[in-house]
Design a protein around this ligand. Structure first.
Ligand SMILES: [Zn+2]
Length: 381
């Protein structure tokens, strides 16, 4: 009896894994090279559109584009390309919540080197604590990473859209890499319908008393703007440009944008609360929430099965034991005033995204793993 696919490491517990008698998962059985060709054709179309958008955005306002700048390797490299290769007037924007010191070094070093205007917005920490705590106590069966991160993204993306409208910036660019974020949210481009027509306010959380009326302005709602307001496009350039994670890591160090390879490691530059979210999902889902993403990488021949097997084992060990990087689990629990037993599912998956109504799997590119190459393990411990 197989517990995971021998070809890609996908766990039998992942919905849709459907392991056959030889252990092979359904995605591996259905994988064929034609799919890669389709993906490449789609990427080519996106790249054509992106080049046109970047060529025509300049000179229309104070800034040509607004970049979501988290300090991770992808946003660092994105900023570099836009400033140095495209010569655009870029405004970098950082939402200052739970950013590790190591990542702050990246942020400072990159903005100094590229000499760009940079806005750091520090949201009220108590507001974030309140909704993260509430969401962890009210997770649906998709788990903590899904429940918390996607809500969090709504806030950050809403902040970016508001700033772009205010400053009349035609393009908002994010360093989302292939595999990020959820395809239902956006791939290369956020839909204009989502930007121009949808109210993102979580009304139920206002009814439940989690948020106060005075906090409504924190959520994106295009209906607050007068008729005729020009809304920006929201694009993820790494879904259009050819993307190679190792190459991005190498380049940001080589260009002097980040101090060294440790600083380019996505695991070490990710927000600290992520360790708690992974802990919760490991416990409740029975597998690491990022496993489906890196199984896809392995399946498509873009990652080594042996290295990832070792890396996943190490990461899961640290999380389960709450040691080394896993110590952040305890810190986050304390900050949120939660106990381990509070981490469970209490809500059903919303009907709109329940499995029977999920859209067919859209075209997507090789995902970005949360974990880095095995050669970085020494830095983790
Ligand atoms: Zn497989």
């Amino acid at each position: 009896m197989y517990k995971r696919c021998p070809k890609c490491l996908l766990s039998a517990k992942v919905p849709g894994a459907d392991l056959a008698s030889d252990g092979t998962c359904r995605p591996c059985r259905e994988f064929h090279t034609g799919r890669l060709e389709e993906q490449e054709a789609y990427r080519g179309k996106c790249e054509e559109d992106l080049e046109h958008a970047l060529a025509t955005c300049s000179g229309r306002g104070e800034y040509d584009c607004l970049v979501s700048f988290s300090g991770g390797k992808d946003s660092v490299f994105l900023l570099h390309k836009l400033v140095k290769e495209y010569g655009l007037k870029v405004l970098a924007y950082t939402s200052n919540f739970d950013i590790p010191q190591r990542t702050w070094k990246n942020i400072r070093q990159t903005t100094r080197l590229l000499d760009v205007d940079h806005i750091v917005y520090t949201p009220p920490q108590e507001f974030y604590r309140r909704f993260i705590r509430h969401l962890l106590l009210n997770q649906d069966a998709r788990g903590a990473v899904h429940t918390v991160c996607y809500f969090w993204l709504d806030l950050r993306e809403g902040d970016l859209l508001r700033l772009a409208v205010e400053k009349e910036i035609p393009l908002v660019l994010s360093g989302y890499s292939p595999g990020q974020p959820d395809p239902k949210r956006m791939l290369y481009e956020m839909s204009q319908e989502r930007i121009c027509e949808e109210d993102w306010t979580p009304h139920d959380m206002f009814t439940d008393g989690i948020f106060r009326e005075s906090e409504r302005h924190r959520f994106w709602n295009p209906k607050r703007y007068p008729c005729g307001t020009q809304f920006p496009r929201f694009l993820a350039p790494f879904h259009a440009w050819p993307y190679d994670q190792s190459e991005v890591m190498r380049r940001v160090v080589e260009l002097g944008l980040v101090p060294n390879r440790i600083h380019a490691n996505p695991m070490l530059s990710n927000f600290s609360l992520n360790w708690l979210l992974m802990y919760s999902d490991l416990r409740n889902l029975g597998y690491n929430p990022y496993l489906p993403e890196f199984a896809q990488l392995i399946r498509e021949g873009k990652a080594s099965l042996a290295k990832w097997r070792a890396m996943e084992a190490l990461v899961n060990f640290m999380i389960r034991k709450r040691i080394f990087m896993g110590r952040h689990v305890n810190k986050a629990l304390k900050w949120l005033d939660l106990s381990l037993d509070d981490l469970s599912f209490s809500k059903p998956i919303p009907k709109s995204v329940a499995p029977e109504r999920q859209p067919p799997e859209p075209l997507s590119f090789p995902p970005i793993p949360t974990y880095e190459k095995i050669t970085d393990i020494e830095f983790l411990v």
